[in-house]
Every structure is written in C-alpha cells, then in structure tokens.
Design a protein around this ligand. Structure first.
Ligand code: SPV
Ligand code: MG
Length: 563
C-alpha cells in the first residue's frame, strides 16, 4: 500500500503511520498538543500528527522536563485521538523510565489508538534538546537498545511503530557515534531513526543521510534549519519531516497579542473580527453532532422544550401594586411571579423561554429568558402579544399566561402529551363567585375519574356563562403545541390577524378558532393545584400557594382556584 493509495485512508492509524514511514514519498507530521489542535491539523490536510513533548508540556504551562507525568500525557493523547482520526506519533521522550516503563507505555498507547512512539537516547528526566543540548548525558547505547526491544516485544498491533531518536549530534558526540547508534537501534527493531540536529543549516543531517544510505526510514525535525528548502530533504531520501512546535508557538503569539490588547483597551470591540467566532469553536467541537444525537436519544420530555409567557399586562385590579412593574414582577413569597413560572418550566426541561412583555417591560427580570416586547401593548390583547413571537416557534412550545402558579406535574404532563394541541382544564371550578373569574371551558366529556385516560377534547372557552350547559371547568392558561401543530397554529393566527378586531382578541379566541378550524385540542383535567393572580385577593393568597410548593414547606394550601 502506497501512502497515496485510496485504501490509505481506510487503513488503521498505525498502518497509516507505518506506511508514511516506509513509503517512498516525503511525508509530514504536524505538531498538535490537545484535541482542538489535533482537529485543526487534520482539517489543514495533514496525514499525521506529532504529539510534541515540548508543546504538550507548554500547553500545561510546565517545562519540557517530564514535569507533566506520562499518564497526563497519555490522557492528553486520548483527547487528541478522539478529536482527529489521524495517526499520532507520540514524542515519548526517553520512554519515561527503563525498559519496563516503555513496555507499559506501548501497551497504553495502543489502547488509546496512538499509532507509534518516538523515544530518544537520553536519560530520564530529560530536558529539551535545544536547552544546553551539548551538556546533556546520553543513554548507554545497549540499555537503549533494550528499551527498543522491550517496546517492540510488547506491542500487540504489528503496525505500531517505534521510532528511535539519536541525540549524538545534539550532544556533540560526532557523526560516527550517531551512525553507530542509529545502526544499533535499527538492529534492535526500531521502525525508523529520528536524527536530530540543532544547527541552523542542514549539513550534518544531509551527511548523516548520505552515510545512512537508505538502511531504514529517516525522520528529521528542521526546527533550527527551517530555511532549508523542503526539496533538499526530498532529494536526500528523508522519509518524514516533523514540523515540531508551530501550532503552540502560533497560538502563543495570537494569545499574547489579544490578551494585551484587551487588557490595554478594556474592550473587545477591536479584537472581535480578528479572532475565531464562537461558532467556529462550536464547529471544531462538533456541536452539531450533539444536537443531532439529542434529537435521536433524548426522550421528548427531556429534550429542551420552549415556552412563550404572555406578560404584557399591568393587571386590571392590581393598579395599586403595579405602578413600577408589570403584574408578572409582583413578589410572591419572596420572588417574582415570573420567576416561579420560569423555575417551574426549567424544572421540566422547558429551557427556551420567551417572555412577551409590554407594560413596564423594562422592569422584567430577563435572567434565563428571552424578552420580546409588544410595543402596542396598551391597545392590544393577548393574541397580539403572542403574534410578536409566533414566527419563532421552532420546537414544541407551551404557551402560558404570565400570572400562573402551579404544581410541577401539571407542566410535566402537558409537555409529555402526544397531541398536537393540549390544554389544562381545572374541573374543580365550574361556577363563578367572583367577577374576575374567566376562561370557562366546555369539553367533550366532564372530568369523570372513572374515564381516566380517555381522550377528552376542548369544545369552547369563554368567560361568559350564557350557555345553558354548565362548563366542565376552567382553562388554566396553558396550551401546549407540538410538532406539525406549530405550523397550523401559525396559520390560524395569521387568519385571525386579518380580522378587524384582532387587536382585542385574547387566548380563548385562539382556542375557539383552532376548534373551528377542525383542530383537536386534548384536555388534561386537573383538580386545583394551580393559581392565577388576577386581583389583589389572588395576589394575597398566591403567597400561601407558592410557599407550599417550596421544598420542605410546612403548612400552606396545596390547592386553589380563581384567576
Ligand atoms: C518536541 O517537539 O518536543 C521535540 C522536538 O522533542 S524538539 O523540541 O525539536 O526537540
Ligand atoms: Mg520532545
């Protein structure tokens, strides 16, 4: 298999690295030091990764002296291997100990999908070759051969590669010693020789290559002799060039410049357009795959749903307490009414919450919600408020009055409903004692506990009880819209919009229009367990209800009525 062979990409990572080493073409390994840089190397088009000891240490902010433990390095490699399917050659320093450490290292690298390791003939703990390289002691040659043999004997994948790095030129031991060692390492089983040089010209590398005369693959790291044309390496019969540290260095330059600029200017405005957008980070993290998987694996009730909360009104009958805030910001048992509602939704996985404000929208606490303002709130009704955000209904959505308190099961059951449209009707409330009570509901069947589980449909909602027939309950102000129901809801709202009286229409008008359009709206009966806040009396009693919903609350009422 040639490295340009179409089967190359389907081969295992270790087979690909081996092929790069033994193939006839000049190959390149690019440095990476974490998952993100490994992904970037792959996207740039490289066919293999150099997991540089210098760069991995540096990204942890420690020195290239084995200050990061070998298991920390292996953990980093796991992120790199997960983020990129390229073969990875680990810069394994000296093998982190003696022959036995090399054996364990090779086994662990194979388990993590790393294609090969390069070990250098220095002593543990090592120092980077470019820091006083000439003063660094070399390993005893035979002992190093033992490490190579131990590594080769412990690999279970025949394609796993061990590259032996010769430091004799760096340490000033001369060409003959370098060649003597390289040959010994080849005979010990090394799959390739990395010959390292710290000169700014490639002379000693080229001389080594001539003398080596193709006895096995040669790998080089031209960090210091970087101005050498790559063609020179090709002609010299080099197998693989390692670009050893250029991503950690370029990232460092960028981070230094941006940090300094933001510090100095105390603003982001000048840097924003010159750095990767947050969406580019999401793309590199494969965020879309997560969203797809979420659709596949999270049950509908756990998937993040949406809610629209109608909160534009000041609250008729509540003028005395709403001069500086809308009704939804009235404090109930220590927190605003809206916060009770938002917390209840979030508890059920309904996280994408849009609040339609109007009167004193500036006073609405927008933490964790999106605020849309119905600018014409003074002249319009609930439906006009809903219309301000209806275009954005992308997912299953609960449409809710803003002045509700309820037991959490009510929303849980509602969002778990399979129906395209479903509403909550309280069957405990069929009479009015109070003029502010509204939204009576007539249904296809009364709340007969014996019929529990049978489908009941909404027939009509009205605040007037002129009907001879007693209502079956009261709509509590919650409508769930699912799936294709969303588009049909939009169509019905669009139709109502053509009516002259659209501005005065309320949510019951929408429910009735849906029924008239032939939609089936399923009824979920409850018996109390919720409260609306419509007047001062409701406001006063809401505190008791809210208290009873808090964990370990003692006393308080658990049921309720009245909107
Ligand atoms: C590394 O990248 O950590 C290397 C290559 O070992 S060098 O820094 O050139 O020695
Ligand atoms: Mg290194």
């Amino acid at each position: 298999m040639n490295a340009r062979d179409p089967h190359f990409l389907t081969a295992s990572r270790s087979a690909r690295l081996r092929q790069m080493l033994v193939g006839n073409e000049l190959e390149f390994l690019m440095e990476a030091h974490n998952g993100l840089s490994a992904r970037i190397v792959r996207e740039a088009g490289f066919r293999g990764i150099w997991a540089s000891g210098l760069a991995i240490s540096a990204q942890y902010g420690v020195r290239d002296n084995n200050e990061a433990s070998w298991t920390q390095v292996v953990d980093t490699l796991e992120f790199m291997a997960d983020a990129s399917d390229l073969p990875i050659l680990l810069d394994g320093d000296t093998g982190y100990g003696n022959f036995n450490n090399v054996r364990r290292l090779v086994r662990k690298l194979e388990q993590r999908g790393v294609a090969g390791v390069c070990i250098e003939d220095k002593q543990f703990p090592k120092t980077n070759s470019f820091i006083n390289g000439e003063r660094q002691p070399l390993a005893e040659m035979d002992e190093f051969c033992g490490k190579i043999k131990a590594g080769k004997d412990s690999q279970t994948d025949d394609d796993f590669s061990i590259v032996a790095r010769v430091e004799a030129l760096i340490a000033g031991w001369g060409m003959d010693e370098a060649l003597r060692r390289a040959e010994a390492y080849r005979q010990a089983g090394a799959d390739a020789i990395l010959i390292h040089s710290k000169l700014s010209r490639p002379d000693e590398i080229l001389e080594f290559a001539r003398e080596w005369a193709g006895r096995g693959p040669l790998v080089i790291v031209p960090t210091k002799y970087y101005s050498t044309p790559t063609e020179v390496f090709r002609k010299a019969g080099i197998s693989t060039v390692i670009w050893a540290n250029h991503l950690i260095r370029s990232a460092t330059t960028a981070m230094q410049a941006v940090a300094k600029e933001i510090y100095t200017n105390e603003t982001l405005v000048d840097v924003e357009d010159r750095i990767a957008p947050v969406n580019e980070i999401f793309r590199l993290q494969d965020a879309d795959e997560y969203s797809e998987a979420e659709k596949r694996y999270l049950s509908a009730s756990r998937a993040s749903g949406a809610a629209v909360v109608l909160a534009a009104s000041r609250g008729a009958g509540l003028e005395a307490v709403t001069t500086d805030r809308p009704k939804v910001m009235l404090p109930i048992a220590g927190k605003p009414l809206l916060r009770w509602l938002v917390d209840a939704f979030k508890k059920q996985g309904v996280n994408d919450i849009t609040v339609v404000g109007g009167y004193r929208a500036d006073a609405i606490d927008t933490a964790g919600v999106k605020l849309v303002v119905n600018e014409r709130h003074a002249e319009t009704g609930e439906l006009a408020s809903l219309a301000c955000t209806i275009g954005g209904l992308q997912t299953d959505t609960v449409i809710s009055y803003g002045d509700l308190l309820f037991r959490s099961y009510i929303v849980r059951d509602l969002v778990e409903s399979e129906a395209d449209f479903s509403v909550v009707v309280d069957s405990s409330l069929t009479q009015t004692e109070n003029s502010s009570v509204r939204d009576f509901a007539w249904c296809s069947a009364a709340d007969d506990r014996g019929l529990f589980g049978n489908k009941v449909l909404l027939k009509r909602v009205s605040s007037e009880q002129q009907d001879a027939q007693k209502p079956d309950g009261r709509w509590v102000g919650l409508l769930n819209v699912r799936g294709e129901g969303r588009e049909r809801l939009k169509a019905v709202v669009a139709k109502l919009r053509e009516q002259k009286d659209f501005d005065s229409l309320d949510m019951p008008a929408l429910l009735n229009a849906l029924v008239e359009a032939g939609e089936q709206i399923e009824v979920q009966y409850v018996h109390g367990h919720w409260r609306g806040v419509n007047d001062l009396e409701d406001f006063r009693r809401a505190g008791d209800f809210a208290h009873a919903q808090t964990p370990f609350a003692v006393g308080g009422t658990s049921g309720g009525e009245a909107r």
